[in-house]
Design a binder for this molecule. Structure first.
Ligand code: ADP
Ligand code: ZN
Ligand code: ZN
Length: 739
């Protein structure tokens, strides 16, 4: 019997040992079915150890082997293993998350069309002895395989149903052999020169051409930051780079933050290349996802377009990774134990594959700009709009000095009137959905709040409910104050739903479209709203951040951010960077056509230095200033951080838990003469309570990423010795992006 060590789909740092017959075919990365307690579980082989800590008589046997060979390419397996170490996550959790759902559930990894059957010696004997005369179809199928083997060809297009082959497989007369389908489908197209839509191609301007040639002449791995202002034609650069790589018969991976909201880029790629393109959007069924996974792996798809998780697609011959909107927060996984950053992993993946990675953005993250400054990334700058477009005016509207009606200043209303009467569209951003963020008692000031989160409920007028935006709890709107019994309940503050109502009142002659999570929850609702905007049935557009992404509406000439004050005074040190990015993105919605545009911000703090730099000198200047500030304060990207996020039903146990962790790190550093590890906490999270759980943080910071990594790794090794309380759940977030 041979020992096999496996990882399960659980947030655990350790593995489990089983036995298997020595002759069984399996490899590291193969999936197996194992007994686990009273259940059967799917597991992934991670090692063939020489000995086990488990007593031999207690070792159980593997029930079955699902894959004779690894379901991961060597390159991807190495990346995932590295990632599990870097993020201090169980390898099992990482490996399973990187597979399509169907494979996690045990579906075969080989696509039916790709199955190649070959006859085994026993099959030949059976055939010769005429054992199948009563099963005509099986006999014919076996006969065909025998002939194929004789002629040295493998049969791909299965003529008989899969059930027939399965029957033969069960008798062990044939075996399934997986051969990668050669990318011949599109190789033929390449040879015939009819794969490229030449009419669609644009003549590159000088900056674009320089960017394209810099990437094309470089060899091996290099990370490029394509830093291009909105409208500078980054898409055309991507398309040219893709063409160059596809021409060589290599595949391309294009990562974007969100597909539903940015369908244009997908359309551009599909228009340009008449090659197999797989788009991994959220409406795919699990089976379709599996198929796409198989197609990429076998080399049948030339291009794969997808969001964060598409990074784990396997390829036959990957030649280029492009990651658009590299600053976007959605690249960081926020809601599981494996809090990885797809951008950072893409860098590793490109490095391991010796291929270029292009990170594109109009508002690069400060992390990436710092990497440019240190020479790790190379900088490609597009600072001119590709098409002639009119100038953009910026204005700060000071809310202090004028009449404001439900969040809208007189000046803004007047501006809207001006733009609308010229036949144009206007767009208003407000990052708060619902009608009002607060419902309170006019008599005594009581606030209706979610007991689970200690936060006010948002009032949703249309559905007449109160909804907690932190835990999603919904409840009926009370008639009376819970404290004094008064029926005089009023709302305070403003959400998009109310903004829509106010504007309908002020501008009764113009159609309004609202785009936020509530208005687009129904399937097809987003598309319907977008269509109304395109046909100009809606002239006033209201939205949350959702609306800021990628749309191209040529008749929008006025864009307004209704309230930005919250972001100026946040405790999260990244909030200013985020505001600047959102501002640039929002501003990019105005004047994309030939008409000149205007961007206005309503604020009580027009003198804020950040706003001033951003508006008068632009994002790059802002970013340099912000980077200097970060350097002075020793914050990322000039230091590395890791955040322990603890939550518990009891405040005390969460604090106790993190205090024990802090003591461990203190002690560890002292004993090992490690200097400079900063520990902050336990501190209450910005959101103290969520869904009935108290949330506390412990922040670790060190100027050296390597030192921080060393401390974390040692912690993981010894965590079980610490005797930590069991009432607390704690997640480690390496390189946290929010607090
Ligand atoms: P970005 O993604 O950088 O904001 P886009 O890729 O959307 O910019 O390009 C903006 C506009 O400029 C598009 O309408 C595009 O067709 C046009 N464009 C891009 N490159 C060129 C070019 N070389 N010549 C003419 N128009 C171009
Ligand atoms: Zn009251
Ligand atoms: Zn809640």
């Amino acid at each position: 019997m041979r020992l096999v060590r496996v990882a399960l789909a659980m947030p655990l740092m350790h593995y489990f040992d089983y036995l298997i017959e020595p002759s069984a075919a399996l490899d590291i990365g193969s999936r197996v079915v194992v007994p686990f307690g009273r259940q059967k579980r799917i597991a992934i082989v991670v090692e063939f150890p020489a000995q086990s800590d488990v007593a031999p008589q207690q070792l159980k046997r593997i029930i079955s082997v699902l894959d004779a060979t690894s379901v991961f390419s060597d390159e991807l397996y190495a990346l995932l293993k590295w990632s599990a170490g870097y993020y201090q996550t169980g390898l099992g959790e990482v490996l399973f998350q990187a597979l399509p759902v169907k494979l996690r559930q045990g579906e075969t990894a080989q696509s039916a069309v790709d199955a190649v059957w070959k006859i085994l010696p026993q099959g030949k004997i059976a055939l010769a002895q005429g054992e199948l005369t009563r099963a005509k179809k099986q006999q014919q199928a076996l006969q065909q395989l025998a002939e194929a083997a004789e002629n040295g060809v493998l049969q791909r297009e299965a003529e008989f149903s899969r059930a027939i082959y399965k029957a033969l497989l069960e008798k062990k007369w044939i075996a399934e052999q997986h051969l990668f389908a050669q990318p011949e489908v599109w190789q033929t197209a390449l040879q015939q020169h009819n794969w490229l839509n030449q009419q669609d191609k644009l003549r590159l301007n000088k900056q674009q051409a320089l960017a394209v040639s810099a990437v094309c002449v470089s060899h091996g791995f290099q990370c490029w930051l394509l830093d291009g202002v909105t409208g500078s034609g980054k898409t055309e650069v991507y398309l040219h780079l893709m063409e160059h790589v596809l021409q060589q018969g290599k595949q391309v991976l294009l990562l974007i933050p969100e597909i539903g909201l940015t369908p244009q880029i997908v359309r551009h790629v599909e228009n340009r290349f008449k090659l197999p393109i797989d788009v991994l959007h959220s409406n795919l069924t699990d089976s379709q996802r599996l198929l796409a996974w198989q197609r990429a792996k076998s080399g049948e798809s030339a291009v794969v377009i997808g969001t964060r998780s598409a990074l784990f697609t396997q390829f036959q011959d990957l030649g280029l990774i492009i990651l658009d909107e590299e600053h976007d927060l959605s690249y960081k996984q926020q809601d599981s134990g494996w809090r990885h950053h797809a951008r950072d992993l893409a860098v590793m993946r490109a490095k391991n594959n010796h291929i270029p990675l292009v990170l594109g953005s109009a508002t690069p993250s400060l992390e990436s700009l710092a990497n440019v400054a240190s020479g790790k990334y190379r900088h490609l700058v597009l600072n001119q709009r590709a098409m002639n477009s009119a100038v953009l005016n910026h204005k700060l509207l000071d809310l202090k000095k004028q009449r404001v009606d439900r969040g809208l200043s007189e000046q803004l209303i007047a501006l809207m009137q001006q733009h609308l009467s010229k036949g144009n569209q206007v767009m208003l951003f407000l990052n708060r959905r619902g009608f009002a963020p607060i419902l309170l008692c006019h008599e005594c000031g009581w606030i209706a709040q979610c007991e689970q989160c200690d936060r006010p409920f948002t009032y949703h007028k249309k559905n007449n409910i109160l909804s907690c935006h932190h835990c999603d709890r919904k409840t009926k709107v009370p008639r009376q104050c819970a404290v004094c019994g008064s029926t005089h309940l009023v709302t305070s503050g403003m959400g998009t739903e109310q903004l829509e109502a106010v504007l309908a009142e002020k501008f009764p002659d113009y159609g309004i479209a609202r785009i936020d999570r509530d208005s687009t929850a129904r399937k097809g609702a987003l598309e319907a709203s977008l269509a109304q905007i395109t046909t100009k049935q809606s002239r006033i557009l209201i939205g949350t951040q959702m609306l800021a992404k990628g749309h191209h509406f040529p008749d929008v000439t006025l864009v307004a951010m209704v309230n930005i004050d919250g972001a100026l005074f946040s405790q999260d040190f990244r909030s200013e960077e985020r505001l600047a990015q959102l501002y640039v993105q929002v501003a990019g919605r105005a004047g994309r056509g030939s008409k000149s545009g205007e961007v206005v911000l309503q604020t009580h703090f027009p003198q804020h230095p950040l706003l001033q730099t951003l508006l008068t000198q632009g994002y790059s200047a802002f970013a340099q200033q912000a980077l200097q500030l970060r350097q002075t304060m020793g914050l990322p990207p000039f230091s590395a951080q890791a955040l322990f996020r603890a939550k518990s039903k009891s405040n005390e146990s969460a604090v106790e838990y993190l205090t024990a962790l802090a003591a461990f790190f203190d002690d560890f550093c002292r004993k090992n003469a490690i200097q400079g590890l900063q520990l902050l906490g336990p501190i209450e999270a910005l959101q103290t309570k969520k869904a009935g759980q108290y949330q506390w943080h412990l922040l670790l910071q060190h100027s050296s990423r390597a030192v921080l990594q060393h401390c974390l790794a040692q912690f993981s090794l010894r965590r079980h010795e610490l005797n930590l309380n069991r009432y607390t759940r704690c997640i480690l977030d390496v390189d946290p992006q929010d607090f």
